[in-house]
Design a protein around this ligand. Structure first.
Ligand code: GRF
Length: 195
């Protein structure tokens, strides 16, 4: 399966996904696309030999459809079978999501259905939760709400800040996402829980 990875920043999840798409994992990266000029992940993707593209969302302003038309033009060139959102910070319209329904994944840094949206770590700490984690899910029109494909849990420790917790969760994201993507590419949609 050909996989396009969409990023907005450093692309640490993208790097792990690309590194995992070898051997008997039935997926190969065909494109890394960023919506932010200078996103660190673009240089990292190039260093890994993966084709890249930039579609800056800023010139489109509130015109989400216009941005997605440009995005789709780049995707059409790469012909992906699967889209993996990895630190991609744009909300996609229902039209785009519907077109990719069942073939688009996202990783979210919380144990969904808890803490959809932003600032997930601060909210978990604030709530006094004993644990936090990350979720890989299929993308649907509802933000952070599609079928769950995998989760990983970490303890929240006394004295944790959103930063220390984010770092602990990110380590698990880097383990969970590649495992889920390779299974998904093989047609296995059973939820995966990594200990
Ligand atoms: C991180 O906060 C991660 O939890 C979320 O996206 C952000 C950046 O990830 N998935 P990456 O390093 O760009 O993959």
């Amino acid at each position: 399966k050909r996989v396009a990875i969409l990023i907005s920043g450093g692309g640490s999840n993208m790097v792990r996904l690309v590194e995992a798409m070898t051997g008997d994992c039935p997926a190969r990266p065909c494109l890394v696309l960023a919506n932010v000029p200078g996103a660190g992940g673009l240089a990292r993707a190039q260093a890994l030999g993966v084709p890249t593209a930039l579609v800056d969302h800023k010139p489109f302003g509130p015109d989400r459809a216009g941005f997605e038309t440009a995005l789709t033009a780049e995707l059409d060139k790469a012909q992906p079978d699967i889209i993996a959102l990895a630190g991609f910070m744009r909300v996609l319209t229902e039209r785009f999501v519907t077109r990719w329904q069942g073939r688009m994944l996202n990783i979210h840094p919380s144990l969904l259905p808890k803490y959809r949206g932003l600032n997930t770590h601060a909210r978990a700490i604030e709530a006094g939760d004993a644990e936090a984690g990350c979720t890989v899910h299929e993308v649907t029109a509802e933000l952070d709400d599609g079928p769950i494909l995998g989760q990983a849990r970490v303890p929240i420790r006394p004295g944790d800040t959103p930063e220390t917790l984010a770092a602990r969760v990110l380590e698990q994201e880097h383990r969970l996402y590649p495992a889920v993507l390779c299974r998904f590419a093989a047609g296995d949609r059973r939820p995966l829980r990594v200990p």
